[in-house]
Ligand binder design. Structure first.
Ligand code: ADP
Ligand code: ADP
Length: 228
């Protein structure tokens, strides 16, 4: 089944002489259970595209649908992981409180919050840091907490905006492997954007290649993983 359908999406910032066309006529779908990577050079419009999909900005034109419903505002069953983990976690909340925070926001009761948070922390191999504060953890661990927080929501679609661009190379390899494992174990549907071609081919079942600004799709590749 189709989870995400983007059709004829375009977005222009500003108006008149200062108008800047950031995304131009993007059309693609992401199927349920897919890990789709969108790769394109810095500044080509990837973040703008994700902001349109997540309802943070209203696109100048085109349509975005999530499991058949047109996106208008911020959809409840969508979660986003950003590049900058240091700004995305609340420093005054423990890891557990950070993971539970959006669940509380969505009205999920105490016991279930606790259970989901613990489970999500186990998925990212962090079962023992629930009572620590983010600043007591390494950058890679903080980004795992951000991923756990997104997964605890059990989103229909997980959007990831350059999620591994701020960690060192070794940690990036670990996090990429972890994401692949979590995704195949839970059948999560993920759309990840990156400027790193190697990363997109390593991670994606599917790789969409964007041109330089304004973003438009120049290739759509299905990656056949070698048998283990
Ligand atoms: P990417 O995520 O691929 O690096 P962005 O979507 O952040 O690209 O940016 C695409 C283009 O739109 C860039 O030229 C950027 O300068 C411009 N842009 C991004 N955000 C804004 C904004 N809020 N106002 C005006 N221009 C913007
Ligand atoms: P990234 O490449 O990581 O997406 P950018 O450098 O494009 O980040 O953008 C960082 C922030 O600055 C974003 O919130 C974006 O909206 C804003 N921004 C980028 N370019 C412009 C611009 N030309 N005018 C106004 N805001 C911008």
């Amino acid at each position: 089944a189709t989870m995400l359908e983007v059709s004829g999406l375009y977005h222009r910032y500003g108006g008149g002489e200062n108008a800047h066309l950031a995304v131009n006529d993007l059309t693609f779908t992401v199927e349920t259970g897919q890990l789709a990577c969108i790769v394109g050079p810095s500044g080509c419009g990837k973040s703008t595209m994700l902001r349109c999909i997540s309802g943070l900005i209203k696109p100048s034109g085109g349509e975005v649908s999530l499991h058949g419903d047109r996106v208008d505002g911020v959809p409840k069953d969508l979660a986003v992981v950003f590049q900058d983990y240091s700004r995305s976690l609340f420093p005054w909340l423990t890891v557990r409180q950070n993971v539970e925070f959006p669940l509380r926001w969505h009205g999920i009761g105490k016991d279930e919050r606790r259970e989901r948070a613990q489970e999500a922390l186990e998925w990212v191999n962090l079962p023992n840091v629930a009572n620590k504060y983010p600043w007591q953890l390494s950058g890679g661990m903080q980004q795992r907490v951000s991923i756990a927080r997104a997964l605890a929501r059990r989103p229909a679609l997980l959007l990831m905006d350059e999620p591994f661009a701020s960690v060192d190379a070794q940690t990036r390899f670990e996090l990429e492997d972890l994401l692949r494992k979590v995704q195949s174990a839970h059948g999560s549907t993920i759309l990840l954007v990156t400027h790193d071609i190697d990363e997109s081919v390593y991670l994606g079942d599917r790789v969409l290649v964007l041109s330089k600004s304004p973003a438009t799709i120049v290739a759509d590749l299905t990656v056949d993983l070698p048998a283990e």
